[in-house]
Design a protein around this ligand. Structure first.
Ligand SMILES: O=c1[nH]c(=O)c2[nH]c(=O)[nH]c2[nH]1
Length: 303
């Protein structure tokens, strides 16, 4: 029975690139991990070994670095759009590009040492400390006509030490969980959101500003929601982002419930008045969901 080649894609994955912008003595850095995946007329290379349609993965790597030099990196999204457009529009055998980018943040080191000749005000203009928080992500797809941009973040860890309850749930013969009227609510926010921009709209998106605002709304809604379940908090977070960011049509959140269990201190003759917890790392509840505008078809993959 003959076998058939199914979906396939190829490219250089995880190109690590640090781009320094040296405007005078105050430097800017972009630290990215860029993965290229191309698809198109690639049956021959798989079936016969004929490589006439193959742009080498090595070339895709070189293009990432050359484009960083030539065009700079205004945002992960802008950079990925540029790359995706280039691969598809310049190579007749390449019909689709998917560019994934992870971005690691760096913050300026501040210091009180005003004698250092490199220092302006209270910051060192070329010294950075890696941001220990979330990783910013984007994935840009391009088929020669339309772009699809899904950006996001992973690893944004947040905690409310009160204003969280969980009660009124189903109790069957296996239920042991005690109802909670004042608990810790902690999670690691993993979010992806899809921009309505697909290439033909006139107004370009300011992706740097958009990211900062989405993150702010996620944090503020987590902090400001009095929660009766992490599910309720999830919807509140997604709803707040969509209400405030018209450039976004859909957001998907994956929120592990980082359980904090009160430790029983009775054996030691001590009271535990909601002060000492065991922070469990597994298993964890995993609460996931998409919030989207009415009438918009949600397309962010469930994974
Ligand atoms: O916010 C919560 N949602 C649940 O569905 C759930 N289930 C559970 O055991 N604890 C919690 N907490």
């Amino acid at each position: 029975m003959p076998m058939v080649l199914g979906q396939n894609q190829y490219g250089k994955a995880e190109n690590r690139i640090v781009r320094v912008r040296r405007d005078g003595t105050r430097h800017e850095v972009k630290d990215l991990n860029v993965s290229v995946a191309l698809s198109g007329d690639l049956a021959d290379t798989h079936l016969t070994g004929g490589n006439a349609a193959v742009l080498p993965t090595d070339t895709t790597k070189n293009t990432v670095y050359a484009f960083a030099q030539e065009h700079g990196i205004t945002s992960a999204e802008d950079f990925a759009v540029l790359l995706a457009r280039h691969f598809v529009d310049s190579q007749p055998t390449i019909h689709r590009a998917r560019i994934r980018v992870e971005e690691y943040g760096w913050n300026r080191i501040t210091t009180a040492d005003s004698r250092n000749r490199f220092i302006g005000a209270d910051e060192v203009r070329h010294s950075f400390v890696r941001d220990g928080g979330e990783v910013r992500t984007t994935e840009v797809g391009y088929d020669g006509e339309r772009f699809q941009i899904i950006s996001g973040l992973t690893g944004l860890v947040v905690m409310n030490t009160t204003a969280s309850e969980f009660w009124g749930y189903i109790k069957d013969r296996y239920t042991t969980l005690k109802e909670a009227y004042d608990r810790i609510l902690a999670t690691e926010v993993n979010a992806r959101w899809r921009f309505s921009w697909s290439g033909d709209e006139l107004a370009p998106v300011n992706f740097e500003r958009s990211y900062a605002q989405v993150k702010r709304h996620l944090l503020e809604s987590f902090a400001e929601t009095y929660s009766y379940s992490l599910q309720q908090t999830l919807f509140a977070m997604g709803n707040r982002v969509l209400n405030n960011r018209p450039e976004i049509d859909e957001i998907r959140l994956s929120l592990p419930n980082k359980h904090h269990f009160l430790v029983d201190l009775e054996p030691f003759g001590q009271k535990n008045d909601n002060e000492v917890y065991f922070a469990a790392d597994r298993p964890y509840g995993l609460i996931e969901g998409t919030v989207h505008r009415e009438g918009v078809e949600p397309v962010i993959p469930v994974d």
